[in-house]
Design a protein around this ligand. Structure first.
Ligand code: ZN
Length: 311
C-alpha cells in the first residue's frame, strides 16, 4: 500500500515518510501500552500474592486455634490432675464421668439421684482402684460437679495424649423395665435406631459428628478415626468379656453410634452405659457399693489389659 502510494504520488514522499513515522510511533505506543499492561499485571501479582499468603496463614492459625489445647476450653479443663503409675512411661487412661454441673443427665427412678452423680461415683472409684494397682496413669475429665462441653472432654484426652478414653454414663428409657449395661463404640452408622437415639440424648446438639469438609486435615482425621474405631471396638469387647457374669448386660451389649466425643478424643474410645437410671433395680444396683464395686473391678481389669496392648 505504501509502495503504491509512493509510486503514484512522487511529490507526496515527505507526507508518506511522515505517515510511516506516525505508523511506527503508533506501533511503539502500542508496544509501550502492552509493556505497561504487563508491568501492571506483574505488579498486581507481586503485590497481590503476599496478601493471599497472609490470608492463608491466618486461616491455618484460625484452624489451629479452633482445635487448640487451651483456648476456648472451660476453666475446668486446666485443673485436670494426672495420677501417675508406679512405673514411669505407662499409658494414660482418661476416664470421663458423663454430664455434670448444669447438665444433670438422666434422673433416677427414685427421683433422688441424677446420672451425673452416678457417673462421677463410678469414675472416681475406677480411678482409685487403678491408682492402687499403679499399672496405668489416670486422669478424670472432671473430679467434681463441673460443666464440661463434649469438646472439653475430648480435648483433655487429646492434650494428654490418652492411650484410652472411657466415657461413663447411665442410661434412661421410656420403658421402665429396660435394664443392663451397654458399651458403645464409634461408627459412621448407628448399629440400630436405639443407638442413634442415644447419640442425640447423651450429648445434646453437638453430639453428632459434623459433615466432613473434604480438607486434608479432615481426611487425616478420618483415617486416624478409622484406626481408633477398630481399637475402640476391641476395648469394648474386652470390657464386656470382663463384665460377663459380674454385671447385668443388655442383649447385644456392644453397640455402635456416631458419638462425637468418641471421635474427637482421637484415642480408642468407649462410651459405657453402666445401667438404666430409669429402672429402679438398676439404679439401686448402681448405688450399691458392693455391686458397683464388681462393675468397677471389671472395668479396671479391662482398662489395664487394653492399656498393656496399647503400650
Ligand atoms: Zn449420659
Amino acid at each position: 500500500m505504501r509502495q503504491a502510494l509512493a509510486s503514484s504520488l512522487p511529490l507526496g514522499n515527505g507526507a508518506l515518510r511522515l505517515a510511516a513515522m506516525l505508523h511506527r510511533k503508533t506501533a511503539r505506543l502500542l508496544l509501550l501500552s502492552l509493556g505497561g499492561l504487563l508491568l501492571v499485571a506483574a505488579l498486581w501479582l507481586a503485590l497481590g500474592r503476599p496478601v493471599t499468603r497472609k490470608a492463608a496463614v491466618t486461616a491455618v492459625q484460625g484452624e489451629a486455634r479452633e482445635g487448640g489445647l487451651s483456648l476456648a476450653l472451660s476453666p475446668a479443663v486446666a485443673n485436670v490432675r494426672i495420677v501417675e503409675a508406679r512405673v514411669p512411661g505407662r499409658p494414660l487412661v482418661v476416664i470421663d464421668p458423663g454430664h455434670g454441673g448444669r447438665d444433670p443427665g438422666a434422673p433416677g427412678a427414685s427421683g433422688r439421684r441424677l446420672e451425673k452423680d452416678v457417673t462421677l461415683l463410678i469414675a472416681r472409684e475406677l480411678r482409685d482402684r487403678l491408682a492402687e494397682r499403679g499399672r496405668v496413669r489416670i486422669a478424670l475429665t472432671r473430679d467434681g460437679d463441673n460443666t464440661l462441653t463434649l469438646e472439653d472432654r475430648a480435648a483433655i484426652a487429646r492434650r494428654l495424649g490418652a492411650a484410652l478414653f472411657l466415657s461413663i454414663h447411665a442410661d434412661s428409657a421410656p420403658n421402665a423395665f429396660a435394664r443392663g449395661a451397654t458399651a458403645y463404640t464409634l461408627s459412621e452408622v448407628a448399629s440400630d435406631a436405639d443407638a442413634a437415639l442415644r447419640v442425640a440424648k447423651e450429648s445434646g446438639e453437638d453430639a453428632v459428628a459434623s459433615v466432613r469438609d473434604g480438607s486434608v486435615r479432615a481426611l487425616l482425621a478420618d483415617l486416624a478415626a478409622r484406626d481408633s474405631m477398630a481399637a475402640g471396638a476391641d476395648f469394648a469387647q474386652r470390657i464386656l468379656r470382663e463384665a460377663e457374669g459380674e454385671v447385668l448386660l443388655r442383649p447385644e451389649p456392644h453397640r455402635f453410634a456416631a458419638f462425637r466425643v468418641l471421635r474427637r478424643a482421637e484415642a480408642p474410645a468407649v462410651l459405657f452405659e453402666a445401667g438404666y437410671m430409669s429402672n429402679a433395680a438398676d439404679e439401686a444396683m448402681l448405688l450399691d457399693p458392693v455391686q458397683r464395686g464388681r462393675m468397677v473391678e471389671a472395668l479396671a481389669r479391662a482398662v489395664e489389659a487394653e492399656a498393656a496392648v496399647r503400650r
